[in-house]
Design a protein around this ligand. Structure first.
Ligand code: GLY
Length: 370
């Protein structure tokens, strides 16, 4: 599978923009950002870890265009995705005198992208936003789509806005030094995209799994580009998640429940989502006539990508309660995204008795959790 397209367009009612994917793009953030949004003043929001690696390059590239760039650093980690931290960043934006013609540049992973995106969406009722994701998860998923949020004490992602970025710049060279856990979190989204997209991407991913695991630069670049092209198509058709976009939750219904029951941060997001995909595959056999061979195929792919099955023991009642408390549950029955075949995707409400039987069979099959 080859792709010579250097930019992927996203076209939504809330904004039209391009996703730039390639190696060495950090040094070009200035020219791309200025061309995309015309701002002359940028606030570069990053965390201390990513900032120590890349902030000088990005700020330098912006300043080289003659524009002003102020750097706002936040502490790394999920705890920065908070209402309080958002308040601090908003005060900092006011403190540097960013006006409505300015723009925020979000340099980092999902936390920075969400926090800085949220702030760009509410500061002066919205300023420009350039997403510069430096994690695989950020590049293939969270920087594209326009959903941003911060956590409240009452729950994750409870305060948020839709704000489409003015540009997304994914420099795949930043991924070579990504810690393994973060890498695998992104790989689960890559596997998810391939199952959703269809046979062509899935077969390509299977054929290139080894090169992906060893982070072969050209293969990574192609995987990122294919994922964002897929996500761009979905988001362009359903900006506000009123239909099609729901399929992007494949693996996430059980995945989120596992993260919650295990205690946030204990099971890496990617491993939880991969487990959720394995479970969705077994449900799909009974509910949408998926071939058992397709379940085996998905399991093999995840193994090849290093997304091993979870062997921890969970209380199935806790898992069920966590699934039921998910904000996506409608009218009492949780909804699962199910792949009948590659690219043949259904979203089904799953009654409680079917869910329980499925959970018992799934976790029982893996030997332990009851
Ligand atoms: N920001 C992620 C999304 O909109 O899907």
């Amino acid at each position: 599978m080859t792709s010579s397209v250097p930019r992927v367009p996203v076209d939504t009612p809330g904004g039209t923009y391009e996703i730039h994917v390639g190696r060495g793009l950090l040094g070009r953030v200035g020219e791309i950002a200025v061309a995309a949004c015309g701002a002359r003043h940028f606030a570069l929001v990053t965390d201390k870890t990513v900032g120590s690696l890349f902030a000088d390059t990005v700020a330098g590239a912006i300043r080289a265009t003659g524009a002003r760039c102020d750097v706002i650093e936040i502490p790394p980690g999920e705890s920065s995705k908070s209402w309080e931290r958002a308040g601090e960043v908003l005060e900092a934006l006011a403190g540097i005198g960013l006006d409505r013609s300015g723009a925020v540049v979000a340099l980092g992973g999902g936390v920075v992208g969400d926090l800085a995106g949220f702030c760009a969406g509410v500061y002066m009722r919205g300023v420009g936003l350039v997403q510069v994701p430096t994690t695989l998860l950020g590049q293939v998923d969270s920087s594209v789509g326009g959903k941003t949020a911060v956590d409240l004490a009452a729950g994750k992602n409870l305060a948020g806005v839709f704000i489409q970025p003015t540009a997304v710049i994914a420099d795949t060279a930043t991924l070579t030094s990504l810690p393994d856990t973060e890498w695998r979190s992104g790989l689960a989204e890559v596997a998810k995209s391939a199952v959703l997209d269809g046979e062509r991407f899935l077969a390509w991913l299977e054929g290139n799994a080894e090169a992906i695991v060893t982070r072969e630069p050209a293969v990574i670049e192609e995987a990122v580009r294919t994922c964002v092209a897929f996500k761009a198509r979905i988001v362009s058709n359903d900006e506000r998640e009123s239909g099609l976009r729901e399929i992007l939750n494949l693996g996430h219904t059980l995945g989120h429940a596992i993260e919650k029951v295990a205690g946030y941060g204990v099971v890496p997001h990617g491993i939880a989502v991969a487990e959720g995909m394995r479970f969705a595959a077994t449900l799909a056999e009974g509910l949408v006539d998926a071939e058992p061979e397709f379940t085996v195929r998905q399991g093999r792919l995840m193994d090849a990508l290093g997304l091993s099955a979870i062997d921890a023991v969970y209380d199935i009642e806790d898992i069920r309660a966590a699934i039921s408390s998910d904000k996506k549950v409608r009218e009492g029955s949780p909804r699962f995204v199910l792949a009948a075949a590659p690219g043949d995707i259904r979203v089904e409400s799953v009654p409680d008795d079917v869910l329980m039987a499925g959970l018992i069979a799934f976790f029982g099959k893996e030997g332990e959790a009851q």
